[in-house]
Structure formats: structure tokens, C-alpha cells
Design a protein around this ligand. Structure first.
Ligand SMILES: Nc1ncnc2c1ncn2[C@@H]1O[C@H](COP(=O)(O)OP(=O)(O)OP(=O)(O)O)[C@@H](O)[C@H]1O
Ligand code: SF4
Ligand SMILES: [Mg+2]
Length: 337
């Protein structure tokens, strides 16, 4: 099914639809025992470009700042510093009212479909709402909602049902229909399958992949682990403690990771071939990630890094090109260079 806002294929490559520079989010410390604790630097200077029609996977352990980054991109959260440019326009501080024409192009799919859908509203209402906000008539929005249900593989006859009448996978399809209602160009999918049964995860990943292709969506796909994003993404960014530590084409990052943290994450991904699975080396990281309220000095990964040297404790490595491909890593001693 074609989409009214799908760009022509020629427009899908080359230009950066989204440009993020030094994006930072600091949350004030919570008060503990009457004393304020240190501020939390949840996102600490993130920069990347997303070409139109491209899918970037954003991975990293819990608490590394993935959701905070995603929410700032679609202006659900105000950045503390840095800039977000969409289609060449700086939207970092545009007032919500003036942002309305752009807002229809910036949408989000959430992790928990039931929590993100209002249980008292019908599916028709849930999916129509973004269209009504953009000025659609009720009748036109309802017609479009029926088309959207069909697009995401649900029965358009079920418009008057409520979210609890659907399975988790179906509820996530409703969330996806709602996100697509206004014909967005950029969609941030924040762990869209991690709350679902393993048996339906692949179906939702397939659906997102098909929609991305058919509608020419530009997609930021947030996930805990590297195996889920492998199928869908063109490029991958690995985050650790609020920073991107490696970013590049999928093939470079998966086949020849440069950063020790990426190598450790990849070593935890099960291999389909049992012989390869038995032989492969697992890199076990020591301890939990440090708190973003008290990040380690130098390279913030050094307390857990099997390759750490003296310089790593004092000098923070910047993202730099590794090898000949389109890949950067923030490490003083990158591999596969
Ligand atoms: N509203 C908030 N107030 C204070 N701290 C926050 C807030 N939101 C997030 N944080 C903190 O910011 C850091 C990054 O959180 P974020 O939710 O972006 O991580 P994440 O990578 O999405 O994690 P997960 O994989 O668990 O979803 C965490 O330390 C978190 O506790
Ligand atoms: S800079 Fe040092 S501590 Fe950090 S990832 Fe590289 S080798 Fe490890
Ligand atoms: Mg998150």
C-alpha cells in the first residue's frame, strides 16, 4: 500500500534528514536524606547524522541514555545543550506551537504498548488523535485510521474496540498505526519489541522493516542488544554512559568491531551455528555500568575494559575514524584499524 507522504526513491539517499550535534541532557539530582545528589548527565555530547530513508540502530546497556536521546530528537524532552536539525532547520528550541507543522514528521513508537495507549479510548480515537490535532475532520480521521489498521495488519472492523481487547503484539501494531497517522518522515522506535513475547517479536520487527521500506521512513531503532537491530538497520551506534563509543555501517560494526565495549556486547549475542557458538570467545564485562551521576575519569569505560592502559584513566578518547570504512570509535587502542 502506498503512502501519501512516502518520498520518491531518489530523495531517500544522500541528504541528512536529521543532524544531531553535541546533544546533552542533564537531569537535576534527586534529594536524598535532605541533600541534593549530583546531577545526572544522561546524554553527554551525542552527534550523528541520519540520511533520509536510513535506519540507525542505537544500542547499549540499560541506563546508557538511549531513550533520553530518542525523546530529545522528537522534542518530547528539551535538550540541556546541543542542537537537533530536521531537514536543514534547527528545531532545538522552536516553540511547541510553531513546531506543529514539523511535529507531524517526528513520531515515536514506545516500548510498552499497553502503557502508551489510553485504555479508555477506542482504537479509532487513539489512531485519529494525531490527525485531529493537525486539523483533520473526525470523519476523515476515522477513514484514515481504518486504512492505517489495514497497513499494520489489523482488521479495520476493530476500530471501536479498546486496547485491552488486543494481544501485546496487536497493541504494538496500534501504537505503530498511531505513530504513522500523520505521515511522519522520522520515527524513533524505542525498544518496540522488548516488552513482547519472543514469538511475536519477529513479526513486529518484520512489520517495521516492511513499513520502513514501503514508506521510505527514516528510523532510529533503539534496542538493548545488537541481535535485534541486525536485520533492520543500515548503521549502528553503540552508547555507553551517555556517549556514542562506536558508530558505523552495520557490516563494519558487526564483522570487525573497533571498540572493546562493542566487542563485549557482540560476544554475548548467541550464534545460530552450534559449532561456532561453542568455539567463540565470550568477553565478560566486570561489574555494572557506573552511575552517570559520577562517571569515571578519562575513558568512562576504563574500569570495565579488558584493554585499559594508564592513558585511559586520564585522557578521554574522542570519536575518530577507524579503518577505511565509514566507521568511528572512541578508543585510544581501537581494533580492526
Ligand atoms: N526524568 C529523569 N530524571 C532523572 N534521571 C533520569 C530521568 N530519565 C532518565 N534518567 C536517568 O538518565 C539515565 C539514562 O536513562 P535512559 O532512560 O535514557 O536510559 P536507556 O538507555 O533508555 O535505558 P533502558 O535500556 O533501561 O531503557 C539513567 O541513569 C536514568 O536513571
Ligand atoms: S580508551 Fe582504553 S579503556 Fe577506553 S575502551 Fe579504549 S582501551 Fe578501553
Ligand atoms: Mg530506554
Amino acid at each position: 500500500m502506498s503512502h501519501p507522504n512516502a518520498p520518491a526513491p531518489a530523495e531517500r539517499t544522500g541528504t541528512a534528514l536529521l543532524s544531531v550535534r553535541d546533544l546533552t541532557k542533564t537531569f537535576p539530582g534527586r534529594r536524598r536524606l535532605g541533600r541534593p545528589s549530583a546531577p545526572v548527565r544522561a546524554v553527554d555530547g551525542v552527534s550523528f547524522d541520519l540520511a533520509a530513508g536510513e535506519t540507525l540502530g542505537l544500542v547499549g546497556e540499560s541506563g546508557c541514555g538511549k531513550s533520553t536521546t530518542g525523546r530529545m530528537l522528537v522534542r518530547l524532552l528539551e535538550p540541556t545543550a546541543g542542537t537537533v536539525a530536521f531537514d536543514g532547520r534547527d528545531i532545538t528550541h522552536v516553540a511547541q506551537r510553531r513546531l506543529r507543522p514539523t511535529r507531524r514528521h517526528l513520531q515515536m513508537i514506545f516500548q510498552d504498548p499497553y502503557a502508551s495507549l489510553n485504555p479508555r479510548q477506542t482504537v479509532a480515537r487513539i489512531v485519529s488523535e494525531p490527525l485531529l490535532i493537525q486539523g483533520s475532520s473526525v470523519a476523515a480521521a476515522r477513514r484514515r485510521a481504518a486504512e492505517l489498521l489495514d497497513l499494520v495488519g489489523l482488521d479495520p472492523e476493530h476500530l471501536d474496540r479498546h486496547p485491552h481487547q488486543f494481544s501485546g503484539g496487536q497493541a504494538q501494531r496500534i501504537g505503530i498505526a498511531r505513530a504513522l497517522a500523520t505521515g511522519p518522515r522520522l520515527v524513533v522506535a524505542d525498544e518496540p519489541v522488548s516488552a513482547l513475547d519472543v514469538s511475536v517479536q519477529a513479526q513486529i520487527v518484520n512489520l517495521l522493516e516492511r513499513l520502513q521500506r514501503e514508506l521510505g521512513l527514516t528510523l532510529l531503532f533503539v534496542a538493548h542488544d545488537l541481535s535485534v537491530v541486525k536485520r533492520v538497520c543500515d548503521r549502528v551506534a553503540v552508547m555507553y554512559l551517555g556517549r556514542i563509543v562506536e558508530i558505523g555501517d552495520k557490516r563494519d560494526v558487526y564483522e570487525a568491531p573497533a571498540h572493546p565495549y562493542t566487542r563485549a556486547l557482540l560476544s554475548a549475542v548467541p550464534l545460530p551455528d552450534p559449532v561456532a557458538e561453542r568455539r567463540r570467545e565470550r568477553i565478560v564485562l566486570l561489574g555494572d555500568p557506573p552511575s552517570p551521576a559520577a562517571p569515571p575519569s578519562g575513558c568512562s569505560f576504563h574500569p570495565r575494559c579488558p584493554k585499559a592502559q594508564e592513558i585511559c584513566r586520564t585522557r578521554r578518547p574522542a570519536l575518530a575514524v577507524v579503518g577505511s570504512g565509514a566507521r568511528e570509535a572512541a578508543c585510544h587502542f581501537p581494533e580492526n584499524g
